[in-house]
Design a protein around this ligand. Structure first.
Ligand code: HEM
Length: 497
């Protein structure tokens, strides 16, 4: 029990009624929050109408609250923009309710750690299809090629769909739908979040950017959630059942109802779980892999060391596979460093506390939105000296991953009961993509005017999910032998899985 007269945590002074609304940074808010934390401390309070926010600026405070007190810190804020854009079906944004629990349980059945190796053949096949595309057009849109690898993997395992083109509507629509949620959830960007009455203003009214944005993204999000699911359901009605996560979810839901596939039943849970696998996977893993490619282009020594390791472990006569994972220590360290260096969700996904709490003598009032400053933690010089430098060596001691250095995976994938349930799937896909590309290609930077290099501090998309604004890289085959390895792969290897 604690006194309700406890002080609120410190934070910037705001104005009456609107509090800190005018202070909220529109661009890369994680940077401003990190600066403010230096002044106000690691538990910082921002007054916003109806939605106070606490920013957690240190690993200690984040673990104390979001992990140790996960029973009360696992709610999510409701968002008017999410509802306006048709994102409220998504488990990642759902409040902490029985419905969320059911979704999470169902999702877990398909993505728990020991289940993930059953997807390795698809991951391997899509990585290799990516190599074929890179060989065919080594200078053309490397970043989008990477996106296709991850979108194709998740669409294959979730809906048994084959993606053969960078412009495939499923690749494009997923990217756009995620762009919507990402932009629509920048804290403080849309006043409709604080004054929900504003949602009734028609979207054609000048200045109503929230309404216009919602009108634009809603049909795209509907497409993403419903189109592939409806297609697979149609196939099943016609007796064409091909194994996939969606078909398994549909089977389960029909078995429970006792109906046959021609009878319409409530399939919301199955639809949502398949939809969030697709939505949660493509943008996040793509962002991590793209920043890793950029790192390789900016740090040629790291690239060379990784290739030397691959030469020693895999050798010139074959492509890497998942059996090489244990022996590729430097490459594993690169994946760790990539998750730390350019943080995919710099402010995690906001949590919300469901009752009053006390921390370090401060009151954290019920309903406060709690945002861990993941980017600040992953760039804390105490844990990671020279944090802005891409240095996989920081994780290695005596030829092994050093357990004494904080594992970025414990920060980059969130906390407590809301921790990312797709993390094992994503790590394996990321590892294999990097191993495959580095084994066969050299990665080069595309320099800007006057030889300017990509700046990882500023050239980032502002959003829930952050990513490099562009991927200024090209590739060249490492050798004739490497080229032959790719050419020997069966054509359309990506579809052969
Ligand atoms: C580099 C890749 C990824 C990163 C950095 C990442 C990071 C995160 C983070 C930070 C959260 C929020 C955790 C919290 O609120 O404390 C999250 C949630 C989630 N992620 Fe991921 N993720 C990645 C890949 C994936 C993949 C591949 C999938 C699906 C296969 C996925 C599915 C989800 C889902 C469903 C949630 C919501 C969990 C919930 O609210 O209960 N993620 N992720």
């Amino acid at each position: 029990k604690f006194s309700p007269s406890l002080p609120l945590p410190p934070g910037p002074n705001g104005y009456p009624i609107i509090g800190n609304l005018l202070d909220m940074p529109a661009v890369m808010p994680w940077k401003t929050f990190q600066e403010w934390s230096k002044v106000y401390g690691d538990v910082m309070f921002l007054r916003l109408p109806g939605n106070p926010i606490v920013i957690l600026g240190s690993t200690q405070a984040t673990f104390d609250l979001l992990a140790k007190c996960s029973d009360i810190y696992s709610d999510r804020p409701t968002s008017v923009m999410q509802t306006m854009m048709f994102w409220d079906w998504a488990m990642s944004l759902m409040p902490y309710t029985q419905t969320w629990r059911e979704h999470r349980r169902e999702f877990h059945q398909y993505f728990y750690q020991r289940k993930v190796p059953t997807y390795h053949p698809v991951q391997l096949a899509q990585c290799r299809a990516g190599l074929q595309r890179l060989l065919a057009s080594p200078t053309e849109n490397v970043g989008q090629n990477i996106r296709q690898i991850f979108t194709a993997i998740i669409l294959k395992v979730t809906y048994n769909l084959d993606i053969t083109d960078l412009r495939d509507e499923y690749v494009v629509m997923a990217q756009k739908a995620l762009e919507g949620v990402s932009l629509g959830t920048v804290p403080g960007k849309f006043w409709v979040e604080f004054f929900p009455i504003l949602r009734h203003i028609p979207s054609w009214v000048p200045g109503n950017s929230a309404g216009k944005m919602a009108d634009h993204y809603k049909p795209i999000v509907e497409f993403m959630r419903n189109k592939p699911f409806d297609e697979i359901k149609q196939d099943m009605m016609h007796g064409n059942i091909v194994p996939s996560i969606a078909s398994s979810l549909i089977e389960r839901v029909y078995k429970k109802s006792g109906e046959d596939y021609s009878t319409p039943i409530n399939d919301t849970l199955a639809r949502n779980v398949a939809g969030i696998a697709y939505a949660g996977s493509s943008d996040t893993t793509t962002s991590a892999a793209q920043s890793c490619l950029i790192a390789m282009s900016l740090y040629p020594d790291v690239q060379r060391k990784a290739q030397e390791e691959l030469d020693g472990v895999v050798g010139p006569n074959r492509l890497p596979d998942f059996d090489d994972h244990e022996d590729l220590v430097y490459l594993r360290a690169i994946v760790l460093e990539a998750m730390r260096w350019m943080v995919v969700l710099p402010l995690c996904i906001p949590h919300r506390v469901i009752r009053d709490d006390e921390y370090k003598g401060f009151l954290i009032p019920k309903g406060t939105i709690v945002m861990p400053s993941s980017r600040a933690m992953l760039h804390d010089p105490e844990d990671y000296p020279e944090p802005e430098v891409f240095k996989p060596e920081r994780f290695i001691k005596d030829g092994e991953i050093n357990p004494a250095v904080r594992d970025p995976f414990t920060l980059a994938f969130g906390f407590g009961r809301r921790i990312c349930p797709g993390r094992y799937f994503s790590n394996d896909a990321l590892f294999m993509t990097l191993a495959s590309i580095l084994h066969t290609f050299n990665i080069h930077p595309i320099l800007g005017e006057n030889g300017r290099k990509f700046d990882p501090e500023t050239e980032l998309i502002t959003g829930l999910i952050s990513a490099p604004t562009h991927v200024p890289c090209t590739v060249t085959p490492r050798s004739k032998k490497a080229e032959d390895l790719i050419r020997q792969l069966p054509l359309s290897v990506g579809e052969a899985s």
